[in-house]
Write a protein of this length. Structure first.
Length: 465
């Protein structure tokens, strides 16, 4: 069995209650020296002690034993790829040791680096935009909340499991939702012509207690929007609780978080965890098949796959990224240690950009980051609602990726030799990518201090090698 170390958790629990190690030892019925060894991670904790923690302090042993540094470990590994740390970059065992013995110090370091990133961008903005400063975006704050929760919210999963009092056939979900909203909440649903909602796809009229859906929405998205609204209306207290503990104080960030939490809930209702995970494994994560089986869109099925991180029933850890034709990242979720760019666009060497050339076709790709970590990525375009001839090409592209060791579980990787797969060298984005000789570099990395050679022209004008 895997050994469980809870030193930082135990120390924090004791300090929060103002106890000495001796007092905690007496409460748990163990020796003072054993408490000291546990707090310093020199001994693993036994099941008996975990049960005594629950009896003496009311602490759920599953929560205190849960490894909560996975997302942060991925974050700090990504941070350490910054060229700033190249001369003294710690290896993975050193990073794990830091988490085991000084988790608060690691959290403080990550907070400091994020502040450094914001300040760097503000300085760049001052130069480029004549004094117009940048601030942390609501989307970035929401992304951090999802990362801290490993892209999985147990309370929302439980709420989704109990949403239907009796099983509902998939072809009856939309009508059943309309009846539920009317009978349980007194909210009616009305399908509106495009001209009645010229700049919206869905709107809730709270005064009239009416949900207006644009006819531009297809069936899958009409259904999704109704479950989304049911979540917002029925789960107010739960969404408030999650938002409050997120530590987001900016009203814009709080509003964005509620939207994404409602989206999470809607996906969990329409794609029940156990059934979706079983079908995903059986189909080798064929997302067209999954979208058809659960009557959802391709993008919704991809998004749901990133949330399959329940302890003991985990799916393949994916990252999800959506971009527009200008290369802007418009949505991102991450259950891997792949670092998605927070500022600027995605790496131009990712084939998600070229997927616009072959609409609706899956494009597989093997990529390698500057730290030599390798991933399997597949991309495809998705269409947005169209309601007039001037918006016929309203198209986005999504990319899904996982660590290369999971590629054999993905059907889109069939036919490739894992041992001889051709790796595309990519980075996070040009702002911090250390690949100076990349032929797709858009500008010199912000932290690159070496000047370009005026007597030499590399593959780009930013090549300093």
């Amino acid at each position: 069995m895997q050994k469980t170390f809870i030193g930082p958790h135990l120390r924090r629990l004791r300090l929060e209650r103002g106890e000495t190690q001796g007092q905690m030892a007496r409460a748990l019925g163990i020796s003072l020296s054993y408490v000291n060894l546990l707090e310093n991670n020199e001994r693993s904790v036994s099941v008996q002690v975990l049960l005594r923690l629950f009896e003496a302090y009311g602490v759920d042993w599953r929560e205190i034993a849960e490894e909560d540094s996975t997302a942060q470990l991925a974050d700090i590994r990504a941070v350490m790829q910054d060229p700033l740390f190249a001369p003294t970059r710690p290896d993975l065992p050193q990073l794990r040791a830091a988490f085991a013995h000084s988790p608060s110090l690691v959290q403080s370091f990550l907070a400091l680096y994020r502040s450094y990133q914001v300040v760097s961008d503000q300085l760049l903005a001052l130069i480029e935009n004549d004094g117009q400063q940048l601030t942390t975006t609501p989307e970035a704050a929401v992304h951090d909340v999802f990362r801290r929760n490993r892209n999985h919210f147990r309370e929302l999963e439980h709420a989704a499991e109990s949403f239907w009092p009796i099983p509902v056939e998939r072809d009856e979900v939309y009508v059943t939702l309309k009846h539920r909203l009317r009978d349980k909440l007194g909210v009616n649903v009305r399908l509106c012509p495009v001209e009645d909602l010229p700049s919206a796809l869905r709107q809730y009229d709270e005064k009239r207690r009416e949900i207006l859906l644009s006819e531009a929405l297809d069936h899958q998205n009409r259904t999704f929007q109704l479950v989304h609204m049911a979540g917002l209306l029925e789960l107010r207290e739960l969404l408030d609780a999650i938002t409050q503990r997120s530590n987001i104080t900016d009203p814009r960030g709080m509003a964005r978080l509620r939207v994404e939490l409602a989206n999470y809930f809607a996906a969990a209702v329409l794609m029940p965890y156990d059934a979706f995970l079983a079908e995903a494994r059986a189909s080798m994560y064929d997302f067209d098949h999954l979208a058809t089986r659960f009557d959802v869109s391709f993008e919704q099925a991809c998004h749901r796959a990133t949330t399959l991180q329940r302890e003991g029933a985990q799916g393949v850890p994916f990252f999800f990224m959506r971009i527009d034709k200008g290369g802007n990242v418009t949505k991102r979720f991450n259950a891997t240690d792949f670092h998605l760019a927070e500022y600027g666009g995605a790496c131009p060497r990712l084939d998600v950009h070229t997927s616009f050339r072959t609409p609706s076709r899956i494009i597989p790709q093997f990529v390698e980051m500057p730290d030599h970590s390798q991933f399997f990525v597949f991309s495809r375009t998705v269409d947005r609602p169209t309601w007039e001839r001037y918006a016929q090409d309203n198209r986005l592209a999504v990319a899904m990726g996982c660590a290369i060791r999971f590629a054999p579980e993905i059907g889109y990787a069939e036919g490739f030799s894992m041992a001889n797969a051709r790796m595309t060298q990519i980075g996070i984005n040009c702002r911090i990518c250390p690949r100076a000789s990349c032929d797709q570099r858009a500008h010199q990395a912000a932290i690159q201090t070496q000047p370009v050679d005026a007597l030499r022209r590399g593959v780009t004008r930013f090549d300093v090698s």
